[in-house]
Design a protein around this ligand. Structure first.
Ligand code: 3H9
Length: 684
């Protein structure tokens, strides 16, 4: 293996280069090389100052995650950062791309930091269930202040070079040739003594009111619920304020090791790679090129169509949006503008960006206008006949090579494709609502979908900042298909004696953002309802028939006050009781464990069927769907990873315990049974 670290002299400045693609992760060879070169520079009298710079697309993006869990190779990253800081000659970090995690810590170990305006700095360790463990929690607040360090470390979100400069985390922003500027800066500071060292005294951690930490915890209680890493980050930053540096570092080390050996970090690290694996399409060669998408067409300006369009507009891709009548078109574009303006009010977009995005939108009542689009996404309501009609029309209008996509959440893409003369150009693009916000995209691969159509969909997803997962054709694809057994069992449990609040509580305590009934009330109990108030076959039918459609009507499974605060409903309870009585179901005490087994274990079972039938490429893709589409707590890795960590034999035992109650339509996944029997796992 070639040495990733090299050096060259520019006059009396030594440049230490790292060249470790793709992201200059701080693996063992990089760490060893950095120490070697810093020591060499210190020993060489002709060298007056040092610049540390990276080749390729980014400054160090952090510790090498692939080394986690393996026997440690010296030197440790904390030692490397300490060694850089201890250098008797000024060291300047030249930052481009993303200085993340250990990369940001290396930058903090340098005495000065110079960055391109496009650079970003961050502590994403929390997303891996960790904390900056190379002095970042101690140096960070000393340099950037407690407030910013807390925000960076507990949310993991990177900040721009501009913000870093304002906070003192970057000394100078330069345009053009970064390394040339860094060398010039090193020349300027080569005789400065004493050197500014981030581990030393800082006014920024003096006189910090201790209530800052309690207030921060309270303000973010919902966000941090169940998650151990954010609080460990907070405790370390608190230690930076309360303890001398040497002791603070020990606190950081202890907490880092605790997190690293805990289950949440393992789950999150698994998920990091799961997310990246999802982008890979099985059976499709790397050499397949995506088609060029210069303009996107969207059919339907409702909530979905509007949200979908916004993704492309925000990414700078023009959109032609088509509706049936002017009123619907105006309403749809009006909602899009309002959404953009609200983003701008929150400071996440400028007025010019709003104008720019809306300027790329071409509203139209003429279907023929779709002829100029390279990708056309149908986003009308769920009805096979309507969709077939639209695709027949599209087949006559769309240009050669255009991709024809449906945003259906359940329907058969093969059947839709069959009405066209180009089924190879047809694909499912299932966005999740609100489509401009939710990160997940299910890319549904029809029997005849061409490889380059899939490659285009995956590349485009990345461009619009979605996480895409390939799904096969089946009712509800991956996510919604797994929702079906959960919903069925949740309703059965109501009749057997559980309450909506008990079931929801179990899910929320598990870490889901909301339970099945809270979700139904939010999304609309009436979604997919047959609309016949006389036909009452389920509790849901009964609620819909009396207008309890959820939050939008002020009543659903719960009652809502004017501020949409829920409370248990006696009316709903009496409907449930009536239903149970009619069906001769005897009420009994339902334990929380039974709720877990019947609503979560059954989901795992369905996931196993999906995997077995080849409707998901890999178990980890199912996990990606659930984390990004439904808010499954990432610190539990996703349903399949979670099942593995519980033990598949435990899942099978639980399901066997419940089997009689699950209903005649329910059946075991053979794959689950086989894997449990063999002591195997889905995800590893
Ligand atoms: C840490 O630093 C701990 C320290 O505080 C304390 C230690 C004591 N290591 O995302 P992409 C791979 S924890 C190894 O598709 P992008 C990635 O798997 C670390 N590999 O690119 C992928 O491989 P493949 C804190 C890594 O342009 C390829 O690089 N740092 C690492 O969309 C391309 O990645 C982080 O958490 C890594 N650190 O985004 C940063 N990072 O091609 C994690 C990436 O085989 N990384 N790879 O699938 C990122 O956030 C993004 O990768 C980045 C680039 C923004 C850098």
């Amino acid at each position: 293996m070639t040495d990733p670290i090299s050096s060259e002299n520019h006059g009396d400045v030594r440049i230490i280069w790292s060249d470790n693609p793709p992201v200059n992760a701080l693996g063992a060879a990089v760490r060893q090389g950095l120490v070697r070169e810093i020591e060499a520079a210190e020993d060489d009298d002709s060298v007056k100052a040092v610049v540390i710079a990276c080749k390729g697309r980014t400054f160090f993006a952090g510790a090498d995650i692939t080394e986690f869990g393996k026997p440690p190779v010296m030197p440790w990253l904390p030692t490397v950062v300490d060694r850089i800081e201890a250098c008797e000659k000024p060291v300047v970090a030249a930052i481009h791309g993303t200085a993340l995690g250990g990369g940001c810590e290396v930058a903090l170990g340098c005495h000065y930091r110079v960055a391109l305006p496009s650079a970003k700095l961050g502590f994403p360790e929390v997303n891996l269930g960790l904390l900056p463990g190379a002095g970042g929690t101690q140096r960070g607040p000393r340099v950037a202040g407690v407030e910013l360090a807390l925000k960076m470390a507990t949310t993991g979100k990177p900040i721009t070079a501009g913000e870093a400069h304002d906070a003192g985390l970057v000394d100078r922003i330069v345009e053009g040739d970064l390394v040339q500027h860094a060398v010039a800066y090193a020349e300027e500071v080569k005789d400065v003594r004493p050197l500014p060292r981030s581990s030393e005294h800082s006014d920024k951690i003096e006189n910090v009111d201790p209530s800052v930490f309690e207030d921060y915890k309270k303000a973010n209680a919902k966000l941090f619920r169940g998650d151990v890493a954010p609080l460990a980050n907070l405790e370390c930053i608190k230690a930076a304020v309360e303890q001398p540096y040497e002791q603070g570092v020990m606190t950081e080390r202890t907490k880092f090791m605790e997190l690293m050996s805990g289950p949440q970090a393992k789950a999150r690290q698994y998920f990091f790679f799961a997310e990246r694996k999802a982008a890979k399409i099985e059976g499709v060669d790397d050499s397949v090129e995506p088609r060029e998408i210069k303009r996107v067409g969207v059919i339907g300006a409702g909530t979905m169509g509007g949200g979908i369009s916004m993704n492309f507009l925000t990414a700078g891709i023009p959109v032609t949006i088509v509706e049936m009548n002017q009123e619907a078109l105006d309403r749809g574009t009006g909602v899009m503008l309002k959404n953009y303006q609200s983003t701008a009010r929150k400071g996440r977009m400028t007025e010019e960006q709003v104008e720019g995005a809306m300027g790329l939108l071409k509203p139209s009542l003429n279907f023929d206008d779709l002829g100029e689009c390279d990708l056309i996404i149908e986003a009308v309501y769920e009805n096979m006949d309507v969709k077939k009609d639209i695709f027949t029309k599209l087949d006559g209008i769309a240009k050669n090579g255009a991709i024809l996509a449906s945003n259906t959440s359940y329907l058969d893409i093969n059947e839709i494709a069959s009405v066209t003369k180009r089924p190879e150009d047809v694909v499912g693009l299932h966005f999740f609502s609100p489509a401009n916000i939710m990160k997940l995209l299910e890319v549904v691969r029809g029997d005849k979908t061409a490889d380059d159509v899939l490659v285009t969909a995956m590349a485009l997803a990345k461009k619009i900042r979605k996480v895409a997962v390939i799904a096969g054709v089946c009712y509800g694809f991956i996510g919604n298909r797994m929702l079906i057994p959960r919903q069925l069992q949740a309703e059965k449990l109501l009749m057997e004696g559980a309450t909506p609040q008990q079931i929801d509580k179990v899910h929320v305590e598990f870490g889901m953002p909301m339970g099945p009934f809270q979700m139904a009330d939010l999304a609309g109990v009436d979604i997919g309802w047959h609309r016949d108030p006389e036909r009452i076959e389920s509790i849901r039918d009964a609620l819909c028939a009396i207008d309890r459609w959820g939050q939008k009507k002020g009543a659903g499974f719960y009652d809502y006050d004017e501020n949409r605060r829920p409370s248990p409903s006696e009316k709903v309870q009496s409907i449930i009781d009536d239903f149970a009585a009619k069906q001769g179901i005897e009420k009994r005490e339902i334990s929380d464990q039974e709720i877990v087994e019947r609503t979560l274990y059954t989901m795992v079972n369905e996931g196993a069927k999906i995997l077995d039938e080849g409707k998901a490429q890999r178990a980890s893709d199912i996990d990606v769907v659930w984390v990004y589409g439904y808010g499954w707590p990432v610190y539990r890795g996703g349903p399949m990873y979670w099942a593995d960590s519980e033990g598949l034999d435990t899942i099978v035992e639980g399901l066997k315990r419940q089997e009689e109650r699950l209903g005649d339509d329910w059946s075991f996944s053979q794959l689950l049974l086989d894997k449990a029997e063999a002591g195997e796992k889905f995800t590893r």
